[in-house]
Design a protein around this ligand. Structure first.
Ligand SMILES: NC(=O)c1ccc[n+]([C@@H]2O[C@H](COP(=O)([O-])OP(=O)(O)OC[C@H]3O[C@@H](n4cnc5c(N)ncnc54)[C@H](OP(=O)(O)O)[C@@H]3O)[C@@H](O)[C@H]2O)c1
Length: 289
């Protein structure tokens, strides 16, 4: 296997030169076919130039095809697996395919970008009651699967030297929305998994972090909200956020490229706040509307 290409070999615009030898390293991205996962796949294929092994269940076939095309345009290999990524068995089966495809010590970046959560209230008597099955599914998707995949990667010696493992968090640990208690609880579990895995994987040279960012517009949001509701959401975020606008998935994705680089190698067990100060002004907005 050729030696890994140094990060500095990538031209400043992130476009791989045709003279570059192909980078043998891969990004494993759970939730690759939409929103944040899709944007990260495209960004890390350009810089530092990773192949993309992604998992999704097939509900966004157009974006999945677009991700494949853009990764190939960047000159990188791509393999998208259609499967549920949330269970221990699916992590084992997915890691087997990844090993066959990419070989040992090939995963430079693992990003957990699946979004599968129930909104509702714990004590509701209505259809939004958070009954045990919803609790279990939400924790499997949003938290436990991070551990299952990490265990499956380590068991097969799939992590490349100095690998980066990344969970994604929102600012709902700082301020709460009434019907998102289950999501916040699962993200709290994810945060603790990240810290403990950082301690366990640190001595092996790997880094495990949680990236926190504010609301970004994704196809899923467009699917869920009517256009007027989306305009309202955007306006309220503009009022809240010091920069006067929402963050974009592309900004988040470019920052993941940075976190994959040598310069970010000392982050470990960290919750990295990339929220642009989204919750700083909430009290001000309530008291001085
Ligand atoms: N969007 C935001 O504003 C925001 C802000 C902060 C943090 N985050 C975090 O970022 C992550 C991604 O969120 P997003 O909004 O970008 O999500 P999204 O646009 O809804 O995309 C979710 C992706 O996960 C896949 N997926 C969902 N459940 C899956 C499962 N069980 N197995 C395999 N794939 C699955 C989806 O494809 P299929 O449905 O076809 O499987 C899709 O590719 C989440 O952890 C979220 O909490 C999001």
């Amino acid at each position: 296997m050729p030696a890994p290409r140094h990060l500095d070999d990538t031209p400043p615009d992130g476009t791989p030169s045709t003279e570059d030898p192909p980078d043998p390293r891969w990004a494993l991205i759970l939730g690759v076919s939409s929103g944040t996962g899709a944007a990260i796949a495209e960004a890390v294929a350009r810089k530092p130039g990773l192949g993309v092994f992604g998992v999704h269940r097939g509900r966004y076939p157009d974006t999945a095809r677009q991700v494949e095309a853009r990764v190939r345009e960047a000159g990188r290999d791509v393999f998208l697996r259609q499967a549920d990524a949330s269970t221990p068995d699916s992590a084992e089966a997915g890691a087997d395919v990844l090993l066959e495809r990419a070989g040992p010590r090939s995963v430079k970046l693992f990003v957990h970008a699946i979004a599968g959560a129930s909104v509702g209230r714990f004590l509701s008597e209505g259809p939004d009651r958070l009954h045990p099955r919803r609790v279990q599914r939400t924790f499997d998707c949003m938290a436990h699967s991070f551990v299952y995949w990490t265990q499956a990667l380590v068991k097969r010696d799939l992590l490349a030297p100095d690998a980066r493992l990344l969970g994604l968090q929102n600012p709902l640990d700082q301020t709460h929305l009434g019907n998102t208690g289950l999501i916040s609880a699962a993200k709290a579990a994810l945060e603790m998994y990240v810290r403990h895995l950082a301690m366990e994987l640190g001595p092996r040279g790997h880094r495990v972090n949680l990236l926190k960012f504010g609301t970004v517009m994704t196809p899923a949001l467009h699917h869920v909200y009517a256009p007027e509701a989306l305009a309202h959401l955007e306006a309220r975020h503009a009022a809240m956020t010091p920069a006067g606008r929402m963050c974009t998935v592309e900004e988040v994705a470019r920052f993941v490229s940075v976190l994959t680089g040598d310069e970010a190698g000392w982050f470990n067990g960290a919750t990295i706040d990339f929220s642009g100060g989204m919750t700083l002004r909430l009290m001000d907005l309530v008291l001085n509307p």
